[in-house]
Design a protein around this ligand. Structure first.
Ligand code: TIU
Length: 221
């Protein structure tokens, strides 16, 4: 059986079913000044570093014609899908829905809510818009994956301990074989990223596996 060299042990590639690349929330709102990430008080410059790593995986999946799913955290313009608790919480800066330098903060269709141009999806690639941190909450993601016989998911994107980890936990509970790509995910808090990787692969891979981009590319062959 083909595997990816990983922690806590090798990740078995599917013999039946299919593997997909999941790119979480690589949006201007999280990576560029003036968006939601900065409004929460974060230094957004840290997150740019993983763009080339995700591009490598994106290219590898595109070369093979394998599925790529991107997610976008965002709310409808009337904020009907944004619980008041989410809007009221946060830093002292702009709140969800407020006008900012890249349009309304975390609102679907605004310039700041879009995926960064370096990772722009192709027309045939899937983009899931999600109101929550997890990509399975109030979306059709599970049905989409099952209808395409996708059983294995490689996770990348931001931020490691918030939307990436939440989505990976949701996927693990739904029976998907989950691996997070260590150098293709980032957090505003390096210690939180490290802790997340460790808690995912602890206890025999309680949530899943971790591996580097090079290990993934070598394993895909
Ligand atoms: N604030 C933070 O770390 N993350 C989010 O609000 N959303 C995502 O992680 N995408």
């Amino acid at each position: 059986m083909a595997t990816i060299s990983a922690q806590p042990y090798d990740y078995p590639l599917p013999t039946e079913g299919q593997i997909a690349l999941v790119i979480i929330d690589m949006q201007r709102d999280f990576l560029e000044p003036g968006g939601f990430g900065e409004s929460l008080g974060n230094d957004v410059s840290l997150l740019q570093a993983i763009v080339p790593a995700i591009q490598k995986l994106q290219a590898a999946f595109r070369d093979r014609g394998w599925p790529i799913i991107q997610t976008q955290e965002g709310h409808s313009p009337d904020l009907a899908d944004c619980p008041p608790s989410k809007r009221e919480r946060g830093g002292s800066g702009l709140k969800i829905g407020d006008p900012g330098p890249m349009g309304r903060i975390l609102v679907i269709g605004e310039p700041g809510n879009g995926i960064i141009p370096e990772l722009a999806p192709k027309p045939n690639e899937w983009v899931i818009t999600k109101p929550g941190k997890g990509a399975f909450y109030n979306t059709g993601l599970d049905e989409l994956l099952r209808s395409h016989q996708i059983t294995h998911l490689l996770f990348t994107g931001v931020t490691t301990e918030v939307c990436v980890q939440t989505t990976m936990r949701e996927a693990n509970d739904r029976g998907y074989e989950c691996l997070i790509v260590e150098d293709a995910t980032e957090s505003y808090f390096p210690d939180f990223k490290q802790a997340t990787l460790e808690m995912i692969r602890a206890q025999g891979g309680i949530i899943g596996w971790t591996a580097t981009v090079d290990q993934v590319l070598a394993g895909l062959g």
